[in-house]
Design a protein around this ligand. Structure first.
Ligand code: DC
Length: 220
């Protein structure tokens, strides 16, 4: 089974890049962040308070029916694709994903996406924990300022009142939470290829990664 993982901080562009690479290679695509976002939203919808205990969280995970169909995400029969992109949902995802038992409960669900002919997946720990033996592991990053700028442009299409200062603040908080947590923190080691795309466009980033992939395939 061929697996490419693309991990990186919030708004590094990993989702767009991973989706296009999956399309080009004819592989399946898994956005693991959507799973944690769906959990954040599900906890919120169930009104169990801001800090439910772990056993309640695990029950909520077990009652989640999550489906990825045609580029959309369905949570217990509701199309939540747009809702999942909300900032508050990202913050909740970051909070609950820091809990080891939550991550353990979601591990097999993620691994089951690795089916023929191959998988491209993005997240925080796809190369370090979920698919440590992936064929190609990329750590995609960019400066916090660049990432805030990109996210701001995206959000301003829908909401003109969004400010770059507020986004930069959110990104900084999430970077801190995601990389300092004790379980599966955002990190990489020498088995990853690190790509800082602060000065690169999406197409250049995609071409670089596809170039690495072709070379790996040729060298086999
Ligand atoms: O990639 P994203 O911004 O949609 O992810 C939302 C949150 O989910 C992120 O702040 C941390 C968490 N997450 C995680 O812990 N592990 C992953 N593999 C993907 C996301």
């Amino acid at each position: 089974m061929k697996v490419i993982t693309i991990d990186g901080p919030a708004s590094s562009g990993k989702g767009t890049v991973a989706r296009v690479i999956a399309e080009r290679l004819g592989f399946h695509y898994l956005e693991s962040g959507a799973i944690y976002r769906a959990l954040g939203l599900w906890v919120h919808k169930n009104q169990v308070g801001d800090t439910p205990d772990v056993s309640r969280l695990l029950e909520l995970i077990d009652s989640m029916r999550l489906e990825f169909r045609g580029g959309n995400v369905w949570l217990n029969s509701e199309d939540v694709t747009t809702l999942l992109r909300e900032e508050f949902v990202g913050m909740l995802a970051s909070k609950y994903s820091a809990i080891g038992e939550v991550r353990a409960r979601l591990l097999q669900f993620q691994r089951d996406f690795a089916i023929a002919p191959g998988l491209v997946t993005d997240g925080r720990d796809m190369g370090s924990v979920v698919f440590p033996n992936a064929d190609l592991k990329v750590f995609l990053t960019a400066s916090a300022e660049k990432r805030a700028e990109r996210r701001c442009k995206q959000l301003q299409q829908f909401d003109k009142s969004v400010t770059i200062g507020a986004i930069l603040q959110d990104i900084t908080v999430r970077d801190e939470q995601d990389s300092k947590r004790s379980v599966a923190p955002l990190s990489y080691d020498s088995s990853f290829r690190v790509l800082d795309n602060s000065e690169l466009g999406v197409d250049e980033t995609i071409d670089l990664i596809l170039g690495w992939w072709s070379k790996l395939e040729l060298d086999k």
